[in-house]
Every structure is written in C-alpha cells, then in structure tokens.
Design a protein around this ligand. Structure first.
Ligand code: PEP
Ligand code: MN
Length: 357
C-alpha cells in the first residue's frame, strides 16, 4: 500500500493519538456538550455515529443525515476534526458534503467487499485535493480474517486515498466472554508485521463493552505499541441511546489519558537486548523440540499403519490433553493458551500421520 502520514504532524506527534466522542450523535445539545468537554481535555478528533448498524431491528439506528450539521458545528466551534462511520455510497457522499474529515468503515461493513468497493468508488471520483486530505480508518471485520481486513484497506488505497489507518475493535465470538469482542491481539500484531507503516488505533470501547475495561485495554494497546485510541464518550453515559454500558464521560477519559504509561522508545536498552537474546534461544529450543516430537509422531504413524490401527484415537487424545493442561496450570501457564497450543500440535501430528497412510 502507498501511504502518507495519517494526520498532520501536530496531531501525530501526540502519544497516544486520540479520537473520542459518543457512539451515536443523538441530539445537537448532546453532541456539542460532549465535543466541548473533549476539546477542553485536549482531544483533537471528534467521533460520532450518524448511521448506526444495529444487530437487530428496533434498536436506535442513528439520527441519519440531519446529525451531520451538528458535526459541522463541532468543527466550526472547537476546531476539532470530525469523524463518522459510512457504510454505503449515500453515507459517503453525504458525509463528504458535510465536510467530514475522517471517515471510518465499521466492522460489519469491512467484512463486505461489495460495500467497501462501493465506498472506494465514491472516493476515487473525488478531486485530488480532497483525496489527499481525507483520512479513512478501517475497522477490522467482525470475523477474525486478516486478509479481509487488509483487502478492505487495499480497496480504499486503490481509490487513491493515502491517509489510511486500521482500527482494532476485537472480533465477534459466540457465548459469554469477559470482552464484548475478544481482542485476539495476535491479529493486529500480525497486521503490523505485514504493513509496518500502517498506523493502528485500538478501540477499547467495542473490545471491552464495559466502562471498567477501558483503562486496562488502553494500557495494553500502548504496551503493544499501538499508535492511538478511539474511545466512546458521552456526558451522560447511562442515558445513551446506544452502547451505554461502554461509554465513559470526558472527565473519565481525561483521567485515563493522564494515568496511561507511555512506553518510551528509549526502553530498548541493553537489558531489553539481553532478554530478547534469551527469548531467541528459547524459541530455537522450542523449534527443535517440536521437530523431535513430530519425528516421534511419524514413527507412531508408521507403527499404526503396520498394525492396521486408526490414526485418531480420541480416548488417548482427551486423556493426554487433560493431563498436560493440569501440568501446565501447575507451571502457571494459562489453561486456554495451553489447550490451543496442544490442539494445534496434535492436529499437525495427525496430519503428518495421515500422510503416511
Ligand atoms: C462504532 O464505532 O460505533 C461501531 C459501530 O463500531 P463497530 O463497527 O466496531 O461495531
Ligand atoms: Mn458504539
């Protein structure tokens, strides 16, 4: 991808870069009250949803077009950049006509290449100057599919937009979890490895789904070197018309921003170098052990073949898994983590044994 700096130097030089504002624009008074408080807290980019993709019909689906003029007022009065979500051609045209500076593509939309292309086609037809100044943020798709996320950004980039950022908002999961959308940090970390120059902004509000989780998720994101945060803020969160449980007041946001510890570049000191060398050595040991284990698995595979035994013996697998997980927990390892590692090692052993059949 061909990328330019996401925002002006003045905004980018702040760590973290912060976008904040209500989940939804509900009324002119609510929007302006939040915007004034956030501007006073030093926030430079104001977010508010105008069209809200709701999972079920009957929820608050946003005010729609009339709310765009409230955002324009925020910009005129506070000087903040204004950001909103677009999901189709009409939203994109209307937001651009209203002078929106930052468009974001929501998680349900980035999962849909037709919709993303429709938006990209509107952007491609803009005058060069507008394309140069417009920033587009692409949320991860609801499903944990890195290629789909990158593909959505490539479509926007293909329309000549150079100011692109990714928003990590976690991934849908079935059942009850601590997080509304479990973060699966491995995916944004892999995104950074693939496209190091792409800024990544964490959305602790949609990951956590609860106010109490915003501070710790924000700190985790900074510890992992994310470039910024997008946080849902409402002056009266309990009466918010959407996502009320996860919105915080501008005062709470200001407090969180003050208490966040910003990891400094200078922490790459000698001792960090030594620790990294240790990790490199341990990883080498792990690889060797895994290779050894696979060799033994193949020997077992040959034995099973000679004796006409099936490759998969579920009784043995369940037994082995439980014993290993118990042992791992004794070593202070996380049970779910170990289950994933063992399941993946077992899957590879089975694949290799099947190859011998
Ligand atoms: C939002 O940011 O308000 C939103 C709808 O988020 P997501 O697309 O991540 O669900
Ligand atoms: Mn929301």
């Amino acid at each position: 991808m061909e990328l330019n700096r996401l925002f002006s130097d003045d905004i980018m030089s702040r760590r973290p870069l912060v976008l904040a504002g209500p989940c939804s624009a509900e009324s002119e008074a609510q929007v302006l009250e939040a915007a004034r408080a956030l501007a006073a807290a030093g926030v430079k980019i104001f977010r508010a949803g105008v069209w809200k993709p709701r999972t079920k019909p009957g929820g608050f689906e946003g005010i729609g077009s009339p709310a765009l003029s409230w955002l324009a007022k925020v910009k005129a009065e506070t000087g903040m950049l204004i950001a909103t979500e677009v999901a189709n051609e009409r939203h994109t045209r209307e937001a651009l006509d209203a002078g929106v500076d930052v468009l974001w593509i929501g998680a349900r939309t980035s999962a849909n290449p037709f919709a993303v292309q429709e938006i990209a086609d509107v952007l491609a037809a803009l005058p060069q100057e507008r394309r140069d100044s417009l920033a587009v943020l692409v949320k991860n798709p609801v499903n944990p599919d890195l290629e789909l996320w990158i593909g959505a950004m490539e479509r926007i980039n293909g329309a000549g937009i150079r100011r692109i950022g990714a928003i990590h908002r976690g991934f849908s999961a079935y059942g009850k979890h601590i997080y509304r959308n479990p973060p699966k940090w491995r995916i944004p970390i892999e995104l950074h490895r693939r496209i190091p120059e792409l800024p990544i902004i964490c959305d602790p509000s949609h990951i956590g789904g609860k106010r109490e989780l915003i501070a710790s998720l924000s700190q985790q994101a900074l510890d992992m070197n994310f470039d910024g945060l997008i946080v849902e803020c409402h002056c009266h969160p309990d009466s918010a018309l959407s996502d009320s449980a996860q919105q915080i007041t501008p005062d709470v946001l200001a407090y969180i921003l003050e208490t966040l510890v910003i990891p400094s570049e200078a922490s790459s000191t000698e001792s960090l170098g030594l620790l990294r060398k240790q990790i490199d050595r341990l990883d080498d040991d792990l690889l060797e052990l895994l290779a050894k284990r696979m060799r033994v698995a193949r020997d077992i595979g040959r034995y099973k073949k000679e004796h006409n035994m099936p490759v998969l013996q579920p009784g043995r697998y369940n037994d082995l898994m439980q014993k290993r997980v118990d042992a791992a927990v004794q070593l202070d390892l996380n049970a779910d983590f170990i289950k994933n590692v063992l399941a993946s090692i077992h899957e590879e052993s089975v694949r290799q044994q099947l190859e011998l059949q």
